[in-house]
Design a protein around this ligand. Structure first.
Ligand code: 1DF
Ligand code: MN
Length: 359
């Protein structure tokens, strides 16, 4: 994590035996930003959105200016950044919170749909560099299921990114079942990406400066994932793949305890909602969950993910433009894992799970 010498040049094209595919890369549209900033200005945004976009949308710091400019670019700037860090392909998704903070559902759906069309045009322009993730509007689950179908069949996109809770509601709730069913039927990985915790969870996190990517994101998104993992979702949809970034939001580290206490809770019938499932949590982590190392270019964590989840389920991500540190790519090239595992991590797992087709 400290200073290390520059070990090698970063080039695209597979000079190290693998392509680098970055799987959690963010973009924004002007109208999405405008709509979210309007919510913040009018005092209608939830606390997490207000904290996040009140900052990224209006601060004039070097970091936020860079991020705003880079989010809106799906052209030469991004390609140049990818070239400079040796990233061959980016899997792009509408940045957090997508349209999920927006109260006007018709407006939200329009913004999501036009973001998909905008991303499609960029993917057509750079077909060997950009791939798309579908944006949906969970506020309208039936519409979202239709958009998933369009996203896969007409736009040729590779999965869906849901930015965790939707106004404090979670994808295991029955109202969202059309989304889960569409992901399973269409074989689309469901990437649950963080946003700020909902108002009834955020507590003192904003005052503490801990609501964002530093901590609150992982606390809330891992909670979301645990709801999915403990309510029979993967028994109903055994082929469904849930993707989690940021080192699987920490779950593999906690797996023994999560599983032990889950089994204990089921046996003692402490909670009506916790019912016996077909498998234990370890099984679902190794059969229904995929992880990326977005924001976590940290060898001990990646080695743990591979050991707990299996080497076919852990993928590389940069999290551009929120994280853009060329040296981090070098550290990942130098990961103390085997050559075959490294190729799976950087390239072939992403090709397989997101159906990117090998180059
Ligand atoms: C941040 C990080 C913001 C991630 C993000 O979206 C985001 C951040 C607004 O650094 O504040 O997607 N991230 O995935 O780590
Ligand atoms: Mn991200």
């Amino acid at each position: 994590m400290g200073e290390r010498a520059v070990t090698h040049e970063l080039k695209t094209g597979g000079d190290r035996g693998y392509l680098r595919i970055a799987t959690e890369e963010a973009f924004a549209t002007e109208e999405q930003m405008d709509a979210i900033l309007r919510l913040v200005r009018e005092g209608k945004a939830d606390k997490g959105t207000k904290s996040l976009w009140g900052f990224y949308g209006t601060s004039s710091s070097e970091r936020t200016t860079f991020i705003r400019e880079r989010l809106l670019d799906l052209g030469p700037l991004r390609i140049q950044a990818m070239d400079e860090t040796g990233i061959d392909k980016a899997l792009l998704a509408l940045t957090s919170p997508g349209v999920q903070s927006i109260h006007d559902v018709e407006e939200a759906k329009g913004i999501a749909r036009r973001a998909n069309d905008h991303l499609k045009a960029a993917c057509e322009k750079y077909p060997d560099r950009f791939h798309g993730m579908i944006a949906i509007c969970p506020q309208d689950a039936e519409w979202s299921a239709e958009e998933l179908k369009r996203g896969k069949e007409e736009l040729g996109f590779h999965g869906v990114q849901v930015n965790s809770h939707t106004h404090g509601h979670y994808l295991d709730e029955e109202q969202f079942d059309p989304i889960l069913r569409a992901c399973a039927d269409l074989d689309l990985p469901l990437y649950i990406h963080p946003q700020g915790p909902p108002d009834d969870m955020i507590g003192g996190m904003v005052d503490a400066g801990l609501d964002g990517a530093i901590f609150g994101f992982a606390a809330e998104t891992s909670y979301h994932a645990m709801r999915m993992l403990t309510t029979g979702v993967f028994d109903r949809y055994p082929s469904l793949q849930m993707v989690l970034g940021h080192g699987c939001e920490g779950l593999p580290f906690w797996l023994y305890r999560l599983n032990y206490m889950h089994q204990a809770g089921i046996r003692s019938r402490r909670y009506p909602r916790l019912k016996p499932q077909l498998h234990n949590l370890q099984y679902y982590l190794r059969n229904n969950v995929l992880a990326t190392n977005s924001g976590l270019p940290f060898a001990p964590a990646i080695k743990l993910l591979i050991e707990v989840m299996g080497e076919d389920r852990v993928m590389y991500a940069m999290d551009y433009p929120y994280e853009y540190v060329p040296d981090e790519v070098r550290w990942m090239d130098d990961l103390p894992i085997g050559d075959e595992q490294k190729k799976k991590f950087f390239q072939t797992n992403a090709e397989r799970w997101f159906k990117l087709g090998s180059a």
